[in-house]
Design a protein around this ligand. Structure first.
Ligand code: ADP
Ligand code: MG
Length: 232
């Protein structure tokens, strides 16, 4: 018998997100459909305010939709309680932000080990895996440095190492090079390319055409919907 097809890594169907109420109501997402298959590298583009970050936050289980369904590896995440959702976020999703969002008082090692503490990984393994992840992003010489002792590009590498440390099924990056200069941007994009070639499924928001050109496909957002790049 043929193997059953694997479900998509992420599948958004009819996702709407409404902020506020009454006169102040904002429809950030309007019946969004988006499918991400294993091994994809999807770039998300669109004008400011078109709903890109809202969609990323929902994909990353940082926020819940007002309506619609989200299946992550076939599992309906909108039905999960908050604790279970936090667990899914920790184990299955990695998130990289424009402003890095590292813990300022913690070293690169400590920042990268944190998600493994939540996941219950034993200490020896945490140390070994964090060292190897930081090596993988080119920071073997910066293990004990704190964020304010690192350049922007190095901080983003720490954030990327932290995002991949629990081997997520989906890596999400919302304008990850938006705060970086052009040569650092090139290095960080090179790193995302490598991670993708190593099998990581990646969704990245960007404003830059040359950044998006590195992806396999582009979803263009307008008024809370994806116009192109998303075969239904
Ligand atoms: P993008 O990332 O494409 O710039 P966003 O997803 O951040 O767009 O925002 C989509 C729309 O939702 C915008 O009109 C924005 O002002 C609004 N919005 C986003 N977050 C909130 C929030 N927490 N409260 C109210 N409105 C919000
Ligand atoms: Mg945004």
């Amino acid at each position: 018998m043929a193997e059953p097809a694997r479900p998509p890594v992420a599948e958004l169907r009819g996702i709407s997100k409404i902020y506020g109420s009454g006169d102040l109501e904002v429809k950030a997402l309007d019946q969004l459909n988006l499918t991400v298959q294993e091994g994809d590298y999807l770039a998300v583009m669109g004008a400011s305010g078109s709903g890109k970050s809202t969609a990323m936050n929902i994909l990353g289980c940082l926020d819940r939709p007002t309506s619609g369904t989200y299946r992550l590896n076939g599992m309906a995440v909108e039905q999960l309680e908050d604790d279970a959702l936090a667990d899914v976020r920790n184990r299955s999703l990695g998130f990289v932000f424009q402003q890095f969002h590292l813990l300022g008082h913690a070293s690169a090692m400590e920042n990268v080990m944190l998600p493994m503490i939540y996941a219950g990984v034993p200490r020896d393994e945490r140390v070994e895996r964090a060292q190897s992840a930081l090596r993988r992003v080119g920071l073997a010489q910066r293990l004990e440095n704190k964020p304010n002792q690192l350049s922007g590009g190095q901080q983003q590498r720490v954030a990327i190492a932290r995002a991949i440390i629990n081997r997520p099924s989906l890596l999400l990056a919302d304008e990850p090079t938006g705060a970086l200069d052009s040569s650092t941007t090139a290095e960080v994009l090179e790193l995302f390319d490598e991670l993708h070639q190593q099998g990581i499924t990646l969704v990245m928001v960007t404003h830059e055409d040359d950044v998006a050109a590195r992806a396999q496909r582009i979803a263009r957002f307008q008024d809370g919907r994806a116009l192109t790049g998303c075969p239904q």
